[in-house]
Design a protein around this ligand. Structure first.
Ligand code: FAD
Length: 378
């Protein structure tokens, strides 16, 4: 693969970096400390065209390519990882509509989501079914002109703050794999209740919620795609989202590396800046190599997606590698800060907590290995 940034990608990185560093970075510690979902940021993201960056302009998106989306996600996550997670949750939340929504559904929900007027959430995970979606218990039963949804979802990013969510429910109990369907549920629909919001270790501003559906009625027009084809649809959505999580991990790792480099030039030990010690230089060199490798794997998966080629294996590899690389890089960066790195006054402490999620959501690292093995062994 020959890879050169286009002029548009270079310009986009500069614009998003400047905005993210001036708008998002100053809020990052506060939303973490206060466990606060930054409602005001949703509007600001929309104004920056970041709520639907790589989606067609005729649908309301900004018309960029997938590499540009990865670049933007990196810059946003470098400034504030919680905001990176808020955006990936939104993309997952509307992507089913983009992939299989009817023209009417696209106009009603997708367009305002891409234009930043509505915030979307992806509602799949349940207490009994995370990795194993076939263990999900939430059901949707046809009744007249409606479907009636009953069940409990948890860990839903932005669940308490979204305007609508795409909820996956069992519509054929005999065979959940071929009996799951996707429904749009709008905020305020009777029977949908936010039971609680979680108190998380990291990305605390990207609040997750437990949502209870109790006789929640949605019109039949809210079914997205074909009845009983939701399992495959959910997998397609997750597949595409993995590139975003890989980019998020790259952004966090780059931010940690930058902090470590500048700290190592300032901190004087044994009468010289610690960056003069070869032992520390090698730590930085290894970290920089990890970041660059993760970035290129992420762009390669994005490039395949842009060219309409299969990218399942490459997206899983990028997500796996970038998540584990960012773990190592953030750990190294904290080590370079010495005891100060353990203190809340230094942002590396937050990055250490924020990074961890990239190894868990949108398929854990074990699941990525399962996907990759499945692809290379078939
Ligand atoms: C902060 C956060 C935000 C989230 N946001 C959303 C969201 O917006 N929408 C949504 O629907 N979900 C969301 N999730 C859910 C997330 O995708 C799941 O937590 C994740 O898929 C793992 O599922 P689980 O937690 O049930 O773990 P489990 O499936 O219970 O896994 C437990 C452990 O077993 C391992 N394991 C499982 N199966 C295998 C196997 N076959 N081989 C080897 N190891 C295996 C896993 O890797 C893990 O280590 C979020 C989660 C978190 C923590």
């Amino acid at each position: 693969m020959e890879f050169q940034y286009t002029d548009d990608q270079i310009a986009l990185r500069r614009t998003v970096r400047e905005w993210a560093q001036s708008y998002l970075a100053p809020k990052a510690a506060e939303i973490d400390e206060n466990n606060r979902f930054p409602e005001e940021t949703i509007k600001a993201l929309g104004e920056q065209d970041l709520m639907g960056l790589a989606y067609p302009e005729e649908l309301g998106g900004a018309g960029y390519d997938a590499i540009s989306e990865a670049i933007a996600m990196e810059e946003i996550s470098a400034a504030c990882a919680a905001t990176g997670s808020i955006i990936t949750g939104h993309y997952l939340g509307f992507d089913a509509l983009y992939l299989e929504g009817s023209p009417e559904q696209k106009e009603k929900w997708l367009r305002p989501a891409l234009e930043g007027e509505k915030y979307a959430a992806f509602c799949l995970t349940e207490p009994a079914g995370g990795t194993d979606m076939t263990s999900n218990k939430t059901v949707a039963v046809a009744d007249g002109d409606d479907y009636v949804i009953n069940g409990v979802k948890h860990f839903i990013t932005g669940g308490a703050h979204c305007d609508f969510l795409c909820c996956f429910a069992i519509t054929n109990k005999e065979d959940p794999k071929h009996g799951m369907s996707c429904f749009v549920v709008e905020k305020g629909t009777p029977g949908m209740e936010i039971a609680s919001e979680d108190n998380k270790m990291g990305i605390r501003g990207a609040r997750t919620a437990e949502i209870v559906f109790k006789d929640c009625r949605v019109p039949k027009e809210n079914l997205v795609g074909e009845l009983n084809h939701g399992y495959r649809l959910a997998l397609r959505v997750i597949d595409r989202g993995r590139i975003g999580i890989a980019a998020m991990a790259v952004g966090i790792a780059q931010a940690a590396l930058d902090m470590a480099i500048s700290y190592s030039k300032e901190r004087v030990v044994f009468k010289q800046p610690i960056c003069k010690f070869q032992g520390l230089q090698w730590m930085l060199a290894d970290a920089a190599t990890q970041v660059e490798a993760a970035r290129l794997m992420t762009y390669y998966a994005a490039d395949l997606k842009d060219h309409g080629k299969p990218f399942t294996k490459e997206a899983s590899m990028a997500k796996l590698f970038a998540a584990e690389a960012s773990h190592k890089v953030v750990d190294t960066a904290l080590q370079i800060h010495g005891g100060y790195g353990y203190m809340k006054e230094y942002p590396i402490e937050r990055l250490y907590r924020d990074q961890r999620i990239t190894e868990l959501f949108e398929g854990t690292s074990q699941v990525q290995r399962m996907v990759i093995a499945g692809q290379i062994l078939h």
